[in-house]
Design a protein around this ligand. Sequence first.
Ligand code: ATP
Length: 254
Amino acid sequence: MSTATEPTAPPTVGPPDLLFELRDIHAGYGPFRSLFGVNIAIPPQSVLALLGANGSGKTTVVRVASGLIRPTAGQLLWEGEDVTGRRPYKLAQMGIVHAPEGRSVFASLTVEENLVLTFREVFGRRGTKGKLEQAYELFPRMGERRRQLAGTLSGGEQRMLSLARVLVRGPQLLITDELSLGLAPVIIDEVYETLGTIRDSGCALMIVEQHVHQALTLADNVVVLAKGRVVLSGTREELGDISERLLPAVHGEI
Ligand code: ATP
């Protein structure tokens, strides 16, 4: 009789059909409490729009989801496995990638230098060429402007460049925070078109937005926060006439 023990799979505590789940999350900053029992579930390859007024807790959810803040209570489940308390780089290695608010590019370097810097760090000198081609395929505008200083790109183009830098890590879940902040409507459309391409490539998205209509063009599921609590959630179909029901919630009126 063999005494060797079978390798055991990590314990699964969440539904296996979900990619990521925030379960009953409480979090804050020192004595200040910002989130009170927030539940969010993201199936694989789906798009979640996280909406809410200023100060409702959206960025705090993002910080918890990417490991920057440890919740004071509740769990983070990745493919059913409890990953609460994992460091941000561990979560990034698993496939959770956060595209932060604003334009995280090196202004005094060209588009290509920005990309090469990131790709060399992640893939080494050899992998860089292939990744550059991949990035230019996904963002043709970046290819056209490869020799331009990143600081002189338009706001939307700078956001595309920062997306190109994070996407090449092949995330399974991309979290974007106020991607359309300060952008002209026509550029926002372009950035959202890119997000659609990313979704079509099989990556789930958590889109944090104040531009409700824009986020809803892509969303499968919607969560609205107010004062650190979920006040409305469901599929886009379940919520029916979304603009009428969501706008008062997003503006903190319910
Ligand atoms: P906005 O749309 O204005 O960015 P938000 O929905 O992202 O808002 P959060 O940034 O998550 O909201 O803030 C939620 C609450 O936590 C707010 O009351 C805010 O003042 C507070 N808060 C955020 N960051 C900190 C911090 N570093 N220290 C103390 N309190 C904070």
